[in-house]
Design a binder for this molecule. Structure first.
Ligand code: BTN
Length: 331
């Protein structure tokens, strides 16, 4: 059941920048006009800029630039009945927080968004720079009840869905670099991190984390990241509506997860892979532990493993590894 805050925000969004009558809202909610005024004061305190007009009511001037749970929820286009969302001001890592909440028995699926993370991680334990700068840090928690082997293409499938979402929502051309990088002209704007806890032959629970650079500015990056990282705001030249885009991301991830479970994703996978893969035909070196494997990328197999052809014409298969794109073909 929607809360009064949901109803108030929905009314504001429905009128866009038009006026919402306090009297109408009071009637709809079955509360006094003073109570309605208090709801608007709470929204103002949370970062909404709302104008009050004598005899006209209330008007949304701008929504908060940071995560706001109700604003995200009211803009979700799909929402499984049992899905819940938490927005935190700060946490160590949304992946770790989701894992702790799963372990404590919170019902899945749920998502945790944090405005800032203090110990966020990427693949191979690398730090993920996560100040409060308008970027998205979100983790999804699921209990898929699948055999671990079925999950292997999961991260790639999620990455392809996120590429498709960004391509539809912006004028940008995203690319997916196996296994988990969202790239724009060779610069990274997003990373995916899937972590599962496995019982004997079943996934007990799964956390899928996404860091997506939405509104950070070039000057926000530490020196070593500035050349390699980019945000969607830098690429489009304007600030993105954080909460609207976050709602779109959450909707897409939930839908993609359902399609993954149903198993009907395989046909679309090939089509999306063809559209967004940035490695096919490229000369690369795959770093696997301390071993370097130069070769040319052929694609991925049904399990999402990377296939490369080495200089002797042999096909090699990698389930994990770090890929560097070479400027010149391997010798
Ligand atoms: C990578 O590119 O190596 C993956 C980066 C994943 C970062 C996200 S941010 C939200 C979630 N919380 C974490 O600690 N990591 C993921």
């Amino acid at each position: 059941m929607p809360s009064p805050e949901h109803t108030v925000i929905r009314a504001l969004l429905a009128r866009q920048t038009g006026w919402v009558s306090g009297g109408d809202l009071a009637k709809k909610l079955g509360v006094s006009r003073v109570a309605v005024w208090q709801y608007f004061e709470k929204l103002r305190a949370a970062g909404f800029v709302i104008e009050t007009g004598h005899a006209r009511g209330y008007r949304l001037v701008s929504a908060p630039p940071h995560a706001h749970a109700t604003l995200i929820e009211t803009q979700l286009k799909i929402r499984p009945r049992d899905f819940t969302l938490t927005v935190l001001d700060e946490t160590d890592s949304t992946n770790d927080e989701a894992a702790r909440q799963l372990a404590a028995g919170r019902a899945a699926p749920f998502a945790i968004v944090a405005r800032r993370q203090t110990k966020a991680r990427g693949r191979l334990g690398r730090p993920w720079h996560s100040p409060a700068n308008g970027n998205l840090y979100v983790s999804f928690a699921f209990r898929p009840q699948l055999e671990p082997a079925r999950m292997t293409p999961f991260t790639l499938w999620m990455g392809l869905n996120l590429c498709e979402l960004i391509a539809n929502a912006t004028p940008l051309k995203p690319g997916l670099k196996w296994p988990n990088d969202l790239l724009f002209d060779g610069r990274k704007a997003g990373g995916l991190l899937t972590e599962a806890r496995v019982d004997a032959d079943q996934i007990r629970d799964l956390v899928f984390g996404l860091g997506l650079n939405l509104n950070s500015l070039a000057a926000d990056w530490p020196d070593d990241l500035g050349q390699r990282a980019v945000s969607l705001a830098e690429l489009t030249g304007h600030t993105l509506d954080f909460n609207r885009l976050t709602a779109a991301v959450i909707g897409r991830v939930l839908l993609a997860y359902q399609r993954f479970l149903d198993g009907d994703y395989t046909k679309t996978f090939a089509e999306l892979w063809h559209r967004y893969d940035v490695l096919r035909g490229r000369a690369v070196t795959v770093l696997e532990g301390t071993h370097r494997h130069p070769g040319t990328v052929l694609g991925v197999d049904d399990d999402g493993a990377l296939l490369i052809k080495n200089a002797r014409g042999r096909t090699q298969r990698f389930r994990a590894g770090e890929v560097t794109i070479e400027k010149t073909p391997p010798a």
